[in-house]
Write a protein that binds this ligand. Sequence first.
Ligand code: HEC
Ligand code: HEC
Length: 604
Amino acid sequence: MTKPYRILAALMSLCAAGNTLGAKDHISPIAIVAAKDGKTVYVAGHTSRQVVIMDVAKAKPRLVTVPASPTGLALSKNGDNLFVTVAGPAGGVHVLDAKKGKVSHSLPTGHTPISPVLSPDGKTLYVCNRFNNDVSVIKLKGEEQPVRIPVLREPIAAAITPDGKYLFVANHLPVGSAHSAYVAAVVSVIDTSSGKVSASIQLPNGSTSLRGLCISPDGKYVYVTHILGRYHMPTTQLDRGWINTNAMTVIDTETLKALNTVLLDDTDLGSANPWGVTCTADGKYICVAISGAHELSVIDQAEMLKRLKEATDPEDVCNDLAFLVGARRRLDLAGNGPRGLGMVGTTAYVAEYFSNSIGVMNVDPDASPTPKASSLSLGPETKESVARKGERLFHDAKLCFQQWQSCTSCHPDGRSDSLNWDLLNDGMFNPKQSKNMLLAHKTPPAMSTGIRPKAETAVRSGIAFILFAVRQDEGDAVAMDEYLKSLEPVPSPYLVDGKLSPAAQRGGKLFYDKKVGCIKCHRGKLYTDLSMYNVASKGKYDRTDTFDTPTLIECWRTAPYMHDGKYGTMKELLTEGKHGDTHGELDKLDDKQIDDLVEFVLSL
Ligand code: HEC
Ligand code: HEC
């Protein structure tokens, strides 16, 4: 049993959501919050592990180092304290004196906390624990232990209604088998008085990669940004959003139902990778950061709601690329990779991840009919490493024909979007799960059918045949290789203080037992012998019956399982699915042993 321990120890390096943290020279602003008076904005510097306190008038940044990679920010009611969530298995919220920039104390959370939200009375802090699939409820005064409320999968953004009654939580990815007729992520609604989930609001089929969520200032609507993948179509073309469209769903806070979903794209120009969303203080405009196209989408709220009400075919709104024409402006930003958004009146502050800057734009058309974006620099320019360039390009839809998507559209954070896609490398009408990019370069061949000899080939064919790139540059592909190689595994949420739980230890013994047979193929440090096998997992659409043995590292975060995502959970894979069927002695294990084995594999 020394083997898994050694490997796990090697994995225990602190990592964030999966963004490479090698880029310490860069600040990488990811989240932003503005003081009420608008004089100061606070920025989470994701890779430099800093919080930036920016005096807006003087354009002067003050950098405060925090113990781990910050993921989200919230201000206390009087603006004196700043709550900073930081990544890592033990996570935590660091409470900073907002003026002095000193950490006063820390609050415990789960794994990779993100999107801290303060209750309107200022007494309770809610935090999404992304990799524990739950939300911490932290009472700021008194001795009460934080309560954890389970949601569905990778809660990533939250907002509370002005009356404090409901907390809306965006789950990043869909749950369940990719064979279901309907695969989509949901928004969980927590009733704050009972501490229970009172509704799960399903988004349209193909909704994935939820990133931002906000509530209109009047408390009537929730806006949530996401990708709407047209995964049931073969990826033959991009025109008119054939593969991925980019969307915002509108939820009614009274009925707790989705009103509809609008597309942020235009007929011939995509708005790839929507991220942060927020409203102007007067509620007139909804602003969405379009992280793949480096712009702000500014939607006239009243006009959009009127159109939704009057829509003759409401079911078709989520397919209508012209729906927002005339009700929305697309404004170019000066920086690259906008993510989090803050707002003072009608001035948007934008965390520009790849240019280490804050974009500033007054989006009120009366104040500035043709607004010009400017950026406040967060520090001196640093030279971009090759891996950092690759990370930027992986997230950049400008590479793509009509900027419909970027690599990250199907590989969020360099992982998988949980959808089955019908790529053309192995013929048509045989869809496969998107893959985790972690270790892809160390585990040839690439693709589940092994059709690409190595990941390098897959990267180049992705640029040519999935992005239909107009410009193809070997330097870009090399940079993407370097970025993907730099990805580090995130420690599993199944580990207890970084170690295997007792159940996982028992499961590990079974895994390494020659009779059970897992190590016949899932061998060595990376849990794969890099070979193709027929494990009787061929589905009705497949043309081949042998598949590449995948690494099992990080498979706690890559459900659904197998090349076609047939199994929604690890237990289903090993029981109902019997791992295809050629697996050694899986049949001879009793239910408890299966649970132990599941626990072990999910701990890798
Ligand atoms: C439309 C969704 C989609 C987009 C966009 C996309 N991919 Fe993929 N990618 C997939 C799917 C699906 C697979 C797995 C296919 C299979 O197993 O046959 C995959 C597999 C890969 C693999 C192989 C990994 C392995 O270990 O076998 C690499 C590398 C890869 N993609 C890189 C990229 C890059 C780089 C881009 C952008 C240029 C990109 N992808 C864009 C869907 C997508
Ligand atoms: C004969 C070789 C072989 C043996 C033995 C084997 N596997 Fe696999 N395993 C594979 C192959 C090949 C795949 C991919 C199949 C596919 O994609 O359809 C796979 C897939 C998986 C997956 C899904 C990973 C993902 O990301 O979708 C898990 C989990 C897994 N195996 C665990 C196990 C466990 C646990 C055992 C022991 C009970 C085991 N395997 C035994 C070859 C093997």
